[in-house]
Design a protein around this ligand. Structure first.
Ligand code: M6R
Length: 612
C-alpha cells in the first residue's frame, strides 16, 4: 500500500520521480505528490486522484532540483485529498516526508506536538512524523539524529523517504515492516518501494531490512541498524528486464499477465521437476524424509488469491499425502492463538511477500519454533527473507491488482510440493509420480489452448454483462476454483458474486436464485460430477442461467444442464484447477471491460496490502 520513490544525484529529480511513481501506482492510486529540493528550498506538488493529475499539475507548475521524494497513496488515515496526499512538509519547508504504512501511536505524539504549537493540516498519521523530526531538528539535533530519535518514538509499520531543507544532497530512508529498496547508480542513488520504479536507471539494489536507516547521497549509501551501528549489505543484481513490468501491446497488465501463464507454469514446473530426474528437486529447501517425519501438523496461511491457491494445496496434501492440513486466512490465523510447535510446518503463500497479515502469521509461527516454508513471487521480499525456506514461483513482476499469473504458479507450486511429499513418504509409487509429472508437463500447452478460445469468454461476458448476481459453484477442487473465480469478478467488475460448495446451495443460498441469476458451475471432478450436475439442474429449474466449465469429452454436460459450456482440455482431476481457473479469469476480465471499470487498478484496492 502506497508507493515511495526517492532520488539524489545530478539529474533533474521530478521526471525520475514521476516515472518511478508510474511503476508504483499499482500500490495505491488515490493521490500522489512529489517534493523536490532546488538547492535552496523544498518545493512540493500534491494532487488528489490518479498520477495523471499530478503530472498535469507539474506541467503547469514545474519545479526543479536534483534531490526529491515522491509518493502514490492508498488512504489509511484521512480520505483521498490534496491535503492528505504525501509528501508532508513542515512549516518553512524544513522537513519533507513520504510514508508507506501506519503509525500506531501517532495520536499520543500528535497531542504533544499540538501542545508545542504545531498546526496540523491533514488527517494523516504521517504528518505527525514530519513534525516530530522537525521538532527534533529545531531542538538542535542533526538531520540524521532527528530521524533516528523520531524512529525511536514511533510504533507501527513504516517505510519513509525523508529530505531536509538544509541538506540539499541528502536523502534518508527508513524501513520497518514495509518494503524499501535502495538503487545504486553512478553518481546517483534511488529509493523505492519496489524494483520496477528504478529499473530504468539501475539493476544494483540493496534491500533495506527492518529497523534500518540509510543515509544516502549521490555517491554514498550508509546503512545503520537501530543502535546506529553501520551495517554491511551485499548488492543484489536484478536479472529480469523492464519489459516484464510493461504491457507489451496488451490493453491491460491483467490481460498480459493472463497470457504469460503458459510460460510461467512451464518454468515453475521445470525448475523443480526437470525432465532428467524422476523426483522433485527442491534444491536448498529442507523438506526431506527426516524433516517430513518430524511434522505432525501443516497449516497453509495466506490472504485473497494466495489463500485460494493454498486451499488447492490443502486438498491435495490431504488427499494424496494423507497428512491433515489446516488452511486459514492470515488475518484470522494471527489472532486465534493457533496450535504451533516445532513439529508444525507453516506454509505461507504470498505473491508480494509483503502482505502484513501473512508476514505476522509467519512471525507468530517462528516464535513458537514452527518451521516456515514460504511460497513467494517477489524475490528478496520480507516474507522470503524471514521464512526458513523459500519456494520461489517464477511469475515475474505482477502489476495488475487482480492476481492471475501468480495464482497459476502458486497452484503449480502446490502440485510440486504435494508430489514431493507423497513420493518422499511413499504415498505414491515412482510410476504414479511419473504419471502426475508427465501430465503436469502438458499443462502449459493446455493453458495455451484455453487462451486460444479467448473469444468464447468474450462472447459470454457480453451476453451476461447485465446480470446482477453471479454464483460460482463446484465440489471438491472445483469449489476451490469457484472461490477464486468469484473473487476475480468482484474485484475488477464490482459485480456481486458468491462462491458456494454446490452441495450447500439447498441449505440456504438457493433462495436467492431467480431468473436474473447467473450460475457458473465448475464440473471437472469426475468422482463427484453427477452430484454437481444435480445441483446445476436445481438452479436451472429455478430460472438461473448456467455456464458450465468442464473437461472435453464430458457428455453428461449438455444443453439440458447448461446454457453455455466452456471446455477445458482433459487432464488428471487433481490438475484441473489450474486449467479451470483460466476461463474464469477471462470472463472477469471481459465483463469488466464491458462495464468500463479500471481493470488494472480497481477501486478501493491496492496490490500490496502492507497494513492489517
Ligand atoms: O501479495 P499477496 O499474494 O500476499 O496478496 C494477497 C492478496 O492481497 C491478493 O491475492 C489479493 O486478494 C488480490 N487482489 C487478488 O487478486
Amino acid at each position: 500500500m502506497c508507493g515511495i520513490v526517492g532520488y539524489v544525484g545530478k539529474n533533474q529529480a521530478p521526471s525520475i520521480l514521476l516515472n518511478g511513481l508510474e511503476k508504483l501506482e499499482y500500490r495505491g492510486y488515490d493521490s500522489a505528490g512529489i517534493a523536490v529540493h532546488d538547492g535552496v528550498n523544498i518545493n512540493f506538488l500534491k494532487a488528489k486522484g490518479r498520477l495523471e493529475n499530478l503530472k498535469k499539475l507539474y506541467e503547469e507548475n514545474p519545479i526543479t532540483g536534483t534531490l526529491g521524494i515522491g509518493h502514490t497513496r492508498w488512504a489509511t488515515h484521512g480520505a483521498p485529498s490534496d491535503v492528505n496526499a504525501h509528501p508532508h512538509v513542515s512549516d518553512d519547508n524544513i522537513i519533507g516526508v513520504v510514508h508507506n504504512g501506519i503509525i500506531e501511536n501517532y495520536m499520543e505524539i500528535k497531542e504533544e506536538l499540538l501542545a508545542k504549537g504545531y498546526n496540523f493540516k491533514s488527517e494523516t498519521d504521517t504528518e505527525t512524523v514530519t513534525y516530530l523530526i522537525d521538532d527534533n531538528y529545531k531542538n538542535g539535533m542533526s538531520f540524521e539524529d532527528a530521524v533516528f530519535s523520531a524512529v525511536d518514538r514511533i510504533e507501527g509499520a513504516y517505510a519513509f523517504g525523508i529530505i531536509c531543507r538544509d541538506e540539499p544532497g541528502k536523502l534518508i530512508a527508513v524501513r520497518k515492516g514495509a518494503p524499501l529498496i535502495i538503487g545504486k547508480g553512478e553518481g546517483e542513488n534511488f529509493i523505492a518501494s519496489d524494483i520496477p520504479a528504478i529499473l530504468h536507471h539501475t539493476r544494483e539494489v540493496y534491500f533495506l531490512e527492518d529497523n534500518e536507516i540509510a543515509v544516502i547521497t549521490e555517491n554514498t549509501v550508509d546503512i545503520y541498524n537501530k543502535d546506529r551501528q553501520p551495517v554491511h549489505r551485499d548488492i543484489f543484481h536484478v536479472t529480469w528486464d523492464i519489459e516484464a513490468a510493461e504491457k507489451n501491446g496488451f490493453a491491460h497488465f491483467m490481460l498480459k499477465e493472463i497470457h504469460e501463464q503458459p510460460r510461467i507454469v512451464r518454468e515453475t514446473i521445470l525448475k523443480r521437476m526437470p525432465e532428467d530426474k524422476n523426483f522433485v528437486d527442491l534444491d536448498d529447501i529442507k523438506l526431506g524424509k527426516e524433516e517430513l517425519d518430524n511434522i505432525d501438523r501443516i497449516y497453509i496461511v495466506a490472504c485473497g488469491t494466495a489463500y485460494y491457491a493454498g486451499l488447492v494445496g490443502k486438498y491435495l496434501i490431504e488427499k494424496i499425502c494423507r497428512i491433515p492440513v489446516v488452511s486459514d486466512v492470515a488475518s484470522e490465523f494471527r489472532y486465534k492463538d493457533p496450535i504451533l510447535d516445532e513439529r508444525t510446518l507453516l506454509i505461507v503463500v504470498s505473491q508480494s511477500g509483503e502482505t502484513a497479515d501473512t508476514l505476522e502469521a509467519l512471525r507468530i509461527a517462528k516464535k513458537h519454533n514452527a518451521r516456515v516454508l514460504a511460497i513467494v513471487n517477489a524475490v528478496g521480499s520480507s516474507i522470503a527473507r524471514e521464512a526458513d525456506d523459500v519456494f520461489y514461483i517464477l511469475a515475474g513482476p505482477e502489476i495488475a491488482v487482480a492476481s492471475t499469473k501468480a495464482y497459476s504458479a502458486q497452484v503449480a507450486a502446490m502440485y510440486i510440493l504435494t508430489a514431493h511429499i507423497a513420493l518422499t513418504l511413499g504415498k505414491i509409487s515412482e510410476k504414479e509420480f511419473e504419471e502426475i509429472r508427465d501430465e503436469m508437463y502438458q499443462l502449459p500447452s493446455k493453458i495455451e489452448y484455453i487462451l486460444q478460445k479467448e473469444n468464447e469468454e468474450k462472447r459470454l461476458a457480453a451476453k451476461y454483462k447485465d446480470v446482477h448476481n453471479v454464483f460460482y459453484i463446484g465440489r471438491g477442487l472445483d469449489y476451490m476454483v469457484s472461490q477464486e473465480g468469484s473473487l476475480k469478478l468482484k474485484e475488477i467488475a464490482y459485480l456481486h458474486s458468491e462462491a458456494y460448495a454446490a452441495g450447500e446451495l439447498k441449505h440456504g443460498p438457493i433462495a436467492m436464485i431467480d431468473d436474473n441469476s447467473l450460475v457458473i458451475a465448475i464440473a471437472t471432478q469426475n468422482d463427484i460430477i453427477e452430484k454437481t450436475i444435480s445441483n446445476i439442474k436445481e438452479v436451472r429449474a429455478r430460472g438461473a442461467k448456467t455456464i458450465v466449465i468442464t473437461m472435453e469429452g464430458n457428455k453428461m454436460i449438455n444443453s439440458e444442464v447448461a446454457d453455455d459450456i466452456f471446455y477445458i482440455p482433459k487432464t488428471l482431476d487433481i490438475l484441473a484447477p489450474v486449467l479451470a481457473n483460466i476461463p474464469n479469469q477471462l470472463f472477469a476480465y471481459y465483463v469488466a471491460l464491458n462495464l468500463g471499470t479500471d481493470i488494472d487498478k480497481p477501486r478501493n484496492l491496492a496490490k500490496s496490502v502492507t497494513v492489517e
